[in-house]
Design a protein around this ligand. Structure first.
Ligand SMILES: [Zn+2]
Length: 90
């Protein structure tokens, strides 16, 4: 199933400042993208190899498309201005 794999780097002070999200047609595909990025990312790669990251995996109905609207939907940012004080949400 389509997968979004999140990896958050935990800094030395215990705070999270950087997060990545990797997409794949399945979890193995997303993990391959993660590993390929770890090879070339100077911040994330060393932290990933040290285990100083927190990983979360999410199954998706479908992968987001390469446009702002689809990515906003993926991030659940749709209509955030309108929904901020909407009592019917949640
Ligand atoms: Zn990176």
């Amino acid at each position: 199933m389509a997968t979004a794999l999140y990896s958050f780097k935990v800094d030395d002070d215990g705070k999270v400042r950087i997060g990545h999200v990797f997409f794949g047609a399945n979890e193995a595909g997303a993990r391959k993208v993660l590993e390929e990025h770890a090879e070339i990312c100077p911040k994330f790669g060393p932290a990933h190899r040290r285990g100083d990251t927190i990983e979360l995996s999410e199954e998706l109905e479908e992968l987001p498309e390469a446009n702002e609207e689809s990515l906003k939907e993926f991030l659940d940012l749709e209509g955030e201005e309108d929904d901020a004080d909407d009592p019917e949400e949640d």
